[in-house]
Unconditional design. Structure first.
Length: 265
């Protein structure tokens, strides 16, 4: 895929990296410059990615590489690479001779992500349920208490970090490959979770009840109930967002996954 370089002037710029304080290091013959430049590009990508997932950069908003480079205090070279990575992830649309834009909510993407997540996370909790120790379950209870306090204090970023930790613990028995797939799907779906909770009365309390129900099923070593609860929990987010942003879209994938797992449809 091509990255958006339309707003960039044609002059050749040095291979430089600029830190947050604005200091530049020109590579010249330094063999360490390329790895350092790559690390900076990944850091910029991570910062932009977090801004998109949190909603700070809203769906549909225009992104200028030069403007974002100034805002983050970096050169345009790592910004180009960061834009390329964001486009590969499907978080932005970037075409030649056009401004890049944060991708709007794609109903088909949301449906596919949550259908896959329902199937894989239901599998993962059934594999994990009989391996959890009392220490694991106590830690999950502590995480839920922390999530409640963070919701009450209106600290969403910290809440989402604790939320990720809770789900990781509930699926921790699976192998490395499946863990990576689950992590990727969870990250991709975070923007949808934020949309589902944004300005929705009772959203935080409902999420708490669903997490508590999952914890109870895990404590009881009930594989079928744990799978059902996590499937319903994930489907509610997907179906709620789709009802708001694309009410005409039929979420076949999410509903099919929910039916297969036993959560009805």
């Amino acid at each position: 895929m091509s990255s958006d370089t339309s707003e960039l002037p044609e002059e050749r710029e040095p291979d430089e990296t600029v830190g947050p304080a604005g200091s530049a290091a020109v590579s010249g013959g330094n063999s360490q410059a390329a790895p350092a430049g790559r690390r900076l590009a990944l850091d910029v990508h991570g910062r932009l990615r977090a801004m998109i997932l949190s909603g700070e950069l809203a769906p549909g908003s225009a992104l200028l590489q030069a403007d974002m480079a100034r805002k983050l205090g970096v050169s345009r070279t790592p910004m180009r690479e960061a834009f390329r990575l964001l486009q590969e992830e499907g978080l932005i649309d970037s075409r030649p001779d056009q401004r890049a834009r944060v991708r709007a909510v794609d109903p088909e993407d949301l449906d596919g992500v949550y259908g896959a997540r329902i199937m894989l996370e239901a599998l993962a909790v059934t594999m994990t349920v009989k391996t959890l120790t009392s220490e694991d379950l106590d830690r999950m209870r502590d995480i839920l208490e922390r999530m409640k306090l963070l919701a009450d204090d209106e600290k969403p970023d910290e809440w989402y970090a604790a939320h990720r930790e809770f789900h990781r613990t509930a699926t921790q028995a699976v192998g490395a490959q499946l863990q990576r797939m689950l992590a990727s799907l969870a990250e991709h779906s975070e923007r949808y979770i934020r949309l589902a909770q944004l300005g929705v009365p009772g959203a935080w309390a409902r999420a708490r009840k669903e997490h508590e129900a999952l914890l109870e099923a895990l404590k009881a070593k009930d594989e079928a109930e744990a799978a059902r609860v996590v499937a319903v929990h994930l489907a509610r987010t997907a179906l709620g967002v789709l009802a708001d942003v694309a009410p005409e879209y039929e979420p076949v994938t999410t509903r099919s996954a929910l039916r297969i797992v036993g959560g009805q449809a």
